[in-house]
Design a protein around this ligand. Structure first.
Ligand SMILES: N[C@@H](CCC(=O)N[C@@H](CS)C(=O)NCC(=O)O)C(=O)O
Length: 206
């Protein structure tokens, strides 16, 4: 059996990988780290010089990009993806990347300048600007979710995990009141999934 190992901090982007592993029903070893590991788990730098999480090890594969790990797992296990020869493949790939590069990036800046930095280094203007930046970037999914349950049609995919994590992150930052109703109900639908609930339980129990 392949040894699968995930390094994770509670609620961090590595949650995407934890969620996908649970959706696929795979066995894995979970290593919980304090946040940020580069400060509180300096040994971790020896296995991941970036100091970021996730680090996912699966046989010969070592990966540090959460959305791509989900896509890779989905294609490898033949579930929760849109294959290259299927309609909607390009849009699927676009959503997988968009969840991290377009949606999570501005949230991370907002989070940093409202919560992570010590008080004297916080920048309210940057926090506000990047909150607006995030809200504007939801325009890609708002019309899609008017008439679809999941981003890529009838089936749940890695794109939903990539984007769903960003929406969940926004809701932990209390930004969900500005979501359009179809985005709010999409997030609730994601949070009701068994895989999501199991992943939450796993990270809570360490
Ligand atoms: N693009 C990467 C970003 C990874 C990343 O920056 N993770 C954050 C946690 S959400 C982290 O490790 N931050 C700690 C640090 O920067 O020291 C991904 O999607 O996995």
């Amino acid at each position: 059996m392949t040894a699968r190992v995930l390094y994770h901090c509670k609620q961090a982007r590595s949650f995407r990988v934890l969620w996908m592993l649970e959706e696929l029903g795979l066995d894995y070893e979970l290593h919980m780290l304090p946040f940020p590991p580069r400060v509180f788990a300096k040994d971790y730098l020896a296995i991941n010089p970036l100091g970021t999480i996730p680090l996912y090890i699966d046989g010969d594969a070592r990966m540090t990009e959460s959305s791509m790990i989900c896509h890779w797992l989905a294609t490898r296990h033949g579930k929760f993806h849109v294959a290259p020869d299927e309609p909607g493949h390009a849009q699927y790939l676009n959503f997988v990347s968009y969840g991290e590069a377009t949606l999570t990036f501005p949230l991370a800046v907002h989070f940093r300048y409202t919560s992570v930095e010590p008080e004297p280094r916080r920048i309210p203007q940057a926090a506000e600007d990047y909150k607006r930046f995030f809200m504007g970037r939801l325009k890609l999914i708002e019309p899609v979710l008017q008439d679809r349950q999941w981003l890529c049609g009838d089936g749940f995919t890695a794109a939903d995990i990539s984007v769903g994590y960003a929406l969940r992150f926004a809701s932990t930052l209390h930004l969900q009141d500005a979501f359009q109703p179809q985005v709010k109900s999409y997030l609730l639908r994601l949070e009701e999934r068994e895989g999501f609930r199991k992943a939450i339980a796993k990270e809570s129990n360490g």
